[in-house]
Design a protein around this ligand. Structure first.
Ligand SMILES: Cc1cc2nc3c(=O)[nH]c(=O)nc-3n(C[C@H](O)[C@H](O)[C@H](O)COP(=O)(O)OP(=O)(O)OC[C@H]3O[C@@H](n4cnc5c(N)ncnc54)[C@H](O)[C@@H]3O)c2cc1C
Length: 429
């Protein structure tokens, strides 16, 4: 069996982190910070850069290529931290033999290898299942990666857009229930901050270019309320502004997207909406190889306790979109979970001496959304989980905080200091 170079002849426990976007990169670097040199760390991802997904919409509406600005190379940061990086496709996990099967993917034709772990941190996100939406390939648009972002950018700025109606919303998310705490309620959409952000950013662009106005836009949601995870009072405030004041249209309880056609979107509840431009986010569907494992819920997300450890295999941890406890699917939630995982491993290694920071996962939504014209909205809420914080604010300051977060993320190589996140919260609130 192949061992990463650092493990050969070494007696240190081997931590393998699967995935190196928001969850995995931060987890790997924080494990090094907290556990110091007591462990060997290997990160495995199919690509050697992070995609800074939250800023794709604003780059698109500014007619800028996100591939240039939002692909962050992470190799040098891992090297600085003595973390091995393997560029490979993860094919499967065997919790019994504690091995991961990979195929190096820099060139096609590579042979399968096995990597042994003592700790496994799963941060593989999920499959954004556009392929499951009939008609998406031909008629759909989205902003969740640079490929699709640029496709939308071409549509808008190469004069393909004719000024017709625009539909923005999510397909149905299927969330598991197994092992969920009482405060984690079922959600019908995985991540509905983006539709709010896209609707406002696009309105600013329509106004500026004189292509239309908010009245062109229909927001839709499979649930009772769009972005219900922000808390109903906040959603009502948002809808009052977007629908009553700006003139957007709004459809709820669509259940799911049945089909995207040339002329619009048909929903499974029998309704439909006419649209020239259809911008959608799909179901977050766990990767197919995850679904058969003994560590996942009935859908395929990794079940964990509040310290992000699987209860049957406590050496397996999960962070970010791959974790059942990450609901909604938000990078900020993955960041909080990465901090917990790093402390758990440091604790096991006997090098974690900050018991006051050894706290279980306590979810909070914190989200900055672009509104165009250098403004952003800020949501800080735990209402969905039964808490009492519910803050929605808008203005230039929040746009600066959004951009500031990206800068600090790039400068620190995916390890923004906790005080920076806390400071954003204090300034935001
Ligand atoms: C348009 C949009 C806007 C958003 N805005 C915000 C926001 O403002 N704030 C916020 O907090 N969140 C936001 N989110 C959500 C955020 O992007 C995700 O929650 C976050 O990316 C999840 O991070 P992750 O590391 O868990 O998973 P991912 O980002 O999906 O990363 C998974 C990693 O695993 C790798 N991988 C997957 N499968 C394999 C495999 N089989 N083999 C090898 N490698 C593999 C991938 O290459 C990737 O690097 C937004 C999402 C979208 C779509």
């Amino acid at each position: 069996m192949n061992k990463p170079i650092s493990q050969i002849g070494a007696a240190k426990p081997h931590v393998v982190v699967l995935g190196s976007n928001f969850g995995g990169l931060t987890a790997a670097r924080l494990i090094r910070e907290e556990a110091k040199e007591t462990v060997d760390i290997t990160v495995i991802d199919r690509k050697s850069y992070l995609v800074f997904i939250p800023n794709i919409p604003l780059e698109i509406f500014a007619n800028q290529d996100p591939t240039k600005s939002l692909h962050m190379q992470f190799y040098s940061f891992l090297k600085e931290d003595h973390i091995n990086f393997l560029q490979a496709e993860v094919n499967s996990i065997d919790p019994i033999s504690r091995t991961v099967e990979i195929t190096p993917n820099e060139r096609p034709g590579s042979a399968v290898e096995k990597v042994h772990y003592d700790y496994l941190v799963i941060a593989l996100g999920a499959r954004l299942d556009y392929a499951a939406i009939p008609g998406f390939g031909e008629y759909g648009h989205t902003v969740s990666d640079c490929y699709y972002g640029n496709k939308l950018r071409r549509y808008l700025f190469n004069k393909e857009y004719k000024g017709g109606p625009i539909a923005i919303g999510c397909a149905r998310f299927f969330m598991g229930k197994k092992g969920n705490p009482d405060w984690l309620h079922d959600m019908k959409a995985a991540c509905e901050g983006p539709p709010l952000e896209i609707s406002l950013g696009l309105t600013a662009l329509l106004n500026e270019k004189k292509w239309g106005s908010a009245k062109n836009i229909t927001l839709f949601t499979p649930g009772e309320y769009i972005a219900e995870d922000a808390g109903i009072p906040i959603v009502k405030q948002f809808l009052h502004m977007a629908v009553d004041e700006m003139g957007m249209n709004y459809i709820n309880n669509t259940q799911d997207i049945k089909e995207i056609t040339k002329d619009g979107i048909e929903f499974t509840n029998g309704q439909s909406v006419e649209a020239e431009l259809k911008i959608v986010l799909p179901n977050w569907n766990p990767h197919s190889f995850m679904k058969q494992l003994p560590i996942v819920d009935e859908v395929g997300f990794v079940t964990t306790d509040l310290f992000m450890r699987n209860t049957d295999f406590p050496e397996i941890m999960a962070v970010g979109d791959a974790a059942a406890l990450a609901a909604p699917k938000l990078g900020g939630i993955g960041d909080a979970q990465a901090r917990i995982v790093a402390r758990q491993i440091a604790k096991d290694m006997g090098v974690f001496h900050k018991p006051e920071e050894d706290k279980p996962f306590n979810p909070v939504i914190m989200c900055f959304g672009d509104m165009g014209h250098n403004k952003a909205f800020y949501i800080h809420s735990d209402l969905f989980y039964g808490g009492k914080t519910g803050i929605l604010k808008m203005g230039y300051k929040y746009f600066m905080l959004k951009m500031g977060f990206k800068e600090s993320y790039y400068m620190t190589g995916g390890k923004p200091p906790y005080w920076g996140i806390k400071l954003s919260e204090i300034i935001g609130d």
